[in-house]
Design a protein around this ligand. Structure first.
Ligand SMILES: Cc1ncc(COP(=O)(O)O)c(C=O)c1O
Length: 416
């Protein structure tokens, strides 16, 4: 039995079967590449689902982890350490919000955002405002797997096995302003959006829809909450995707690349919303520990030192340009969209999308497929044009082979 086979057998016996893993055992990484146990090199265009923003073995991250782990890894939130305020300052300066709560994961950050909305609505009711407890979320949204996050996530398959979910959530059709207006009322405490939906298929909000959500929320004192867990931290060429729209949310959430693979999430809000929280209302044992915060600081400093916001825009535009040229040759690509290094190529067939991911893997390139037909690329911020060229050449070959196989005369195999 190979080591991989042993591990697969042990996992099959010992773990809950939540994941349908690819049969690869990764043991190492460098730059934009990972290596399996045989030393085979894979180009990573998914970066651990948008987490490993600085790729693998980045000296700034490795050195920070080594230094900080020699000092302190965990303190609990009963005491001060040097990292939280320093990271919070960097985040507030870059996101335009005022205050931060640190969590461990994306879903936990989103739970914090939902709790803030309910607490703030309660505060406002106490002050005489007419405001309810309902959430408006969007169709195709994804906010995580814990109860509140799952309840505000649109896909039924994520919610139904765990029913009853948290009540008081209504879904609005994506970018349908009339539907948003019809469902909005004084009952709503928050409108929940991703500026660019990730799991939903890299679907951006329209300016009109986003602006309307901001205006409606302003009209009653409801909150506009933007989930930047996948799109944020510079992936789209700005620190937050909402900054492309010139919109300031009341609350936002960050996670995935925040500490380059060390679990860390954050909820950020305005000074006004922060009034709703006082000591003891919310908390976490691990969130915002010294190690995670030190790495978070190093991530931001490295993104700036290496000019990665502009780089993401430049390489992302190049990537989308090359995908658009590919779409001219292969009608199976029906749309190319994205921002910076959050890139999608939508195909006309779910089967082909699945096959393409598998064929890319055979060619040692990691991507995935979301929303059935959408090839999703969330590469590390350090990729270069040459990595894009490698991916485009592989996709071209895969689509050519697919076309050849499907345009062969019926029964051609046997006749030929
Ligand atoms: C937009 C968005 N929100 C929330 C989450 C949940 O984050 P986590 O998996 O860290 O709990 C994800 C994860 O994919 C996400 O993409």
């Amino acid at each position: 039995m190979t080591k991989l086979e042993q591990i697969r057998a042990a996992e099959a016996r010992l773990l809950l079967s939540t994941y349908d893993r690819n049969p690869i055992l990764f043991v190492d990484g460098e730059g934009a590449y990972m290596f399996d146990e045989n030393g085979t090199k894979y180009l990573d265009l998914l970066s651990g689902i948008g987490v490993n923003a600085l790729g693998y073995n980045h000296p700034a991250i490795v050195e920070t982890i080594a230094r900080q782990s020699r000092a302190l890894i965990h303190t609990s939130n009963l005491y001060y350490h040097e990292g939280q305020a320093e990271l919070a300052l960097r985040l507030t300066e870059r996101t335009g919000l005022d205050r931060v709560f640190f969590s461990n994961t994306g879903t936990e950050a989103w739970e914090g955002a939902l709790k803030l909305a309910r607490a703030y609505a309660g505060l406002r009711r106490g002050e005489g405002a007419r405001i309810g407890t309902k959430f408006l979320a969007l169709e195709h949204s994804f906010h995580g797997r814990t109860f509140g996050s799952m309840s505000t996530t649109h896909k039924a398959k994520y919610r139904e096995p765990f029913a009853p979910v948290v009540p008081g959530v209504e879904f609005v059709r994506l970018n349908d302003v009339a539907d948003l207006r019809a469902k909005f009322s004084n009952e709503v405490c928050a409108i929940l959006v991703e500026a660019i939906q990730g799991e939903g298929g890299i679907r951006p909000l329209t300016q009109e829809f986003f602006s309307e959500a901001r205006d409606l929320a302003n009209s009653t004192g409801a909150l506009l909450i933007v989930d930047e867990i996948q799109a944020g931290m510079g992936r789209t060429g700005k620190w937050c995707a909402y900054q492309h729209y010139g919109i300031r949310p009341d609350v936002t959430t960050l996670a995935k690349p925040l500490a380059a693979g060390i679990p860390l999430g954050a909820v950020l809000c305005t000074e006004e919303v922060a009034r709703a929280i006082h000591a003891g209302m919310h908390g976490t044992t691990f969130g915002g520990g010294p190690l995670a915060c030190a790495v978070g600081i190093a991530v931001i400093d490295t993104i700036e030192k290496e000019g990665l916001l502009a780089h993401n825009t430049e390489v992302g535009n190049y990537f989308m340009g090359r995908l658009r040229s590919l779409a001219e040759m292969h009608g199976t690509i029906v749309d190319v969209r994205g921002k910076g290094l959050m890139v999608a190529a939508e195909l006309d067939s779910a089967d082909l999308a699945k096959l393409t991911v598998a064929e890319m893997l055979k060619r040692r390139i990691l991507i995935n497929c979301t929303s059935d037909t959408v090839l999703r690329f969330l590469p590390p911020f350090i990729i270069e044009r040459s990595h894009v060229d490698t991916a485009i050449a592989a996709l071209d070959e895969i689509f050519q082979e697919h076309t050849a196989a499907h345009s062969a005369p019926a029964g051609g195999k046997h006749n030929g």
